[in-house]
Design a protein around this ligand. Sequence first.
Ligand code: NAP
Length: 328
Amino acid sequence: MKLASLSALVLAAGKQHISAFSTHTIPKAVTRSFVSTAMASSDFDETRGGTYSIADQVARFAKAKEENNARYLDIESVYDGGDLSGKRVLVTGGNRGLGLAIVKELVAIGATAIVVCRSSSPELEKLVGKWNVYSGVDVTDDEAVRNVAKRVKGDGGALDVVINNAGYFYGPQELVKEDSLNFDEQLKQINICALGPLRVNNALVQSKALAAGAKLVTITSQAGSVEWRTTQNKGVGGDYGHHMSRAACNMAAVLFSEEVKDMGYSVLLLHPGFNKTEMTKKYEHIWEIEGAVDPSMGAKRVLYEVIKNGMDQTGMFINCEDGLRIPW
Ligand SMILES: NC(=O)c1ccc[n+]([C@@H]2O[C@H](COP(=O)([O-])OP(=O)(O)OC[C@H]3O[C@@H](n4cnc5c(N)ncnc54)[C@H](OP(=O)(O)O)[C@@H]3O)[C@@H](O)[C@H]2O)c1
């Protein structure tokens, strides 16, 4: 069964709605009271004293509105990209969606954006300069990735920041009960979302393409939090390939952060918030309920965290909506 028809059934039944980016939304009051009851009964503070974000995305967004949280609701009121001015920043998947929005913002703040993508466009080449676009590069292709890594420093200098943004989310829902698991798609997502960033980071280290103190960022997803599955996929499960790929992505980044700490490179895992892109079009009906933003805002949220965090936060998994940590 396709996601759309599944969602319709779930909504009609008045049960939880699941989304990879979000929590169930229907009915909100029941969902929220369940979460707080569960917390109370176990005395478990999921915010770990206010340092961690909360799993229920509807409640998270509602809380931000209640508190009039400017950091969450109006990133422009706190964001200043100046610290990245003059820096060389590589972005994978910078040809569309959130990646393109990040690239546009980098250009606006005076950074050099280097785009690694599968397909370019005249608009993109005009935006960043065609010498800064490395097209025809699939992040699952070892050789193509290594070739870019070998060229990029000689072409313009070492990289200050790398943003592994390329990602993929298989469309249909995967459920055991419906016999709809797609193992080829699961492997594809793991290859793109988990091995892709590791492949890029590895190739850049081998090629000595990184500047001293470089930041290696991966745009991961809250979907990679195992702890949050029992809230966000409560009683339903599903989306096996995508969510497993992000858990594996997170594991790779933490191992990598430990390995390159003594080289002076910091490694960050950023959940970019809920962005209105092609990837989340299937969740359009919950965009407004769950605080989805235009990718231009998502890009500022991401760059705000890139600037703010460094070696002291290496290996951390951070929610760009509120700047708080996400549990594994
Ligand atoms: N949007 C959200 O709310 C949200 C939430 C959590 C996490 N994320 C993550 O944020 C990142 C950007 O998402 P988005 O919403 O902008 O998605 P999107 O609109 O679907 O764009 C995905 C980007 O990844 C590229 N890509 C996919 N497979 C690739 C491959 N094998 N090799 C190279 N590039 C590849 C795409 O390039 P092509 O044009 O060649 O396909 C495109 O540039 C992804 O990693 C996603 O998982 C997004």
